[in-house]
Design a protein around this ligand. Sequence first.
Ligand SMILES: Nc1ncnc2c1ncn2[C@@H]1O[C@H](COP(=O)(O)OP(=O)(O)OP(=O)(O)O)[C@@H](O)[C@H]1O
Length: 313
Amino acid sequence: MTVEVTGLVKDYPIRSGFRRATLRAVDDVSFTLTPGRTLALVGESGSGKSTIAKVIARLEAPTAGGITLTDPDGARVPDRRYRDHVQMVFQDPFASLNPFHTVEHHLTRPLRLHGHRATREDVERLLAKVNLPGALADRRPHELSGGQRQRVAIARALAPGATTVVADEPVSMLDVSIRLGVLRLLSRLQREEDLAILYITHDLATARHFSDDILVLYRGRVVERGPADEVILRPKHPYTRLLAAAAPDPDARGRAPASGLEVTGNPPVRLDDPGCTFRDRCPLATPVCTQPVADHRVGSGHHAKCWLYVDGA
Ligand SMILES: Nc1ncnc2c1ncn2[C@@H]1O[C@H](COP(=O)(O)OP(=O)(O)OP(=O)(O)O)[C@@H](O)[C@H]1O
């Protein structure tokens, strides 16, 4: 199954004093999620990562653009079957599990809802997939550790037979010591179950390690995309260089020429501004950056949306 996201736009109405305004949280974002591959979506807080996750998980409707799910023959999967295939793992495993229900209840419900058998054996098989003992089925969320809760949330996502998992900062609320274990589990499931994974994070080091491709988002727009190593080791867009320079990854540190830049918050996007949204923070900005800029090839499968890479600019 392949999820194709095309020209995704998401606007939110906001109030600015007494005036009503529109915040463009996601602006013309396109990508494909393919079986057996992980795509990382990176960007700082407010860049639109969770909004994209919510739209793909059908928790929110897009303002424009489309999401299509196609089977291996290229036929479109009907909307009513979408949720069987595309499931989400949230950041906070405490909030996403009901404290009153047992693990067994959390897993039998999605199994039944999506027309599968839901015996105790089926539940234990799901738990085994995420390296948890079957006896955990009788426990309630508060009796589990944070890592165990997140593994249950992953098992629940797999229960309907998901082929695509959207993992929104799946380890950021977990203790540092158990983060790698959960990411390794996702990586193993991706290989063994041929899952397509959208891994949303602001952590460049794990994005590089656990994904095949990276998409860098700045204020709702994709500014750079390409193979994970390429994007992290040879960042091209000044914003990606800033992120790479600020990353705690020892491999990445000190390489980016991001002098004088700091990672700060995201001012809202002006809908009538077609230029580069990073230009007000970019040390290399020139007057041409007020003009719309296209994607430019900067390496094999590697693209950056920056005037620096336009011939003759
Ligand atoms: N329901 C909403 N109403 C209005 N604005 C919203 C809503 N949801 C998100 N936004 C705004 O959309 C922008 C993108 O938010 P989003 O949560 O997608 O970013 P993010 O990259 O996931 O950030 P974080 O890592 O902090 O979760 C932000 O400016 C945010 O304030």
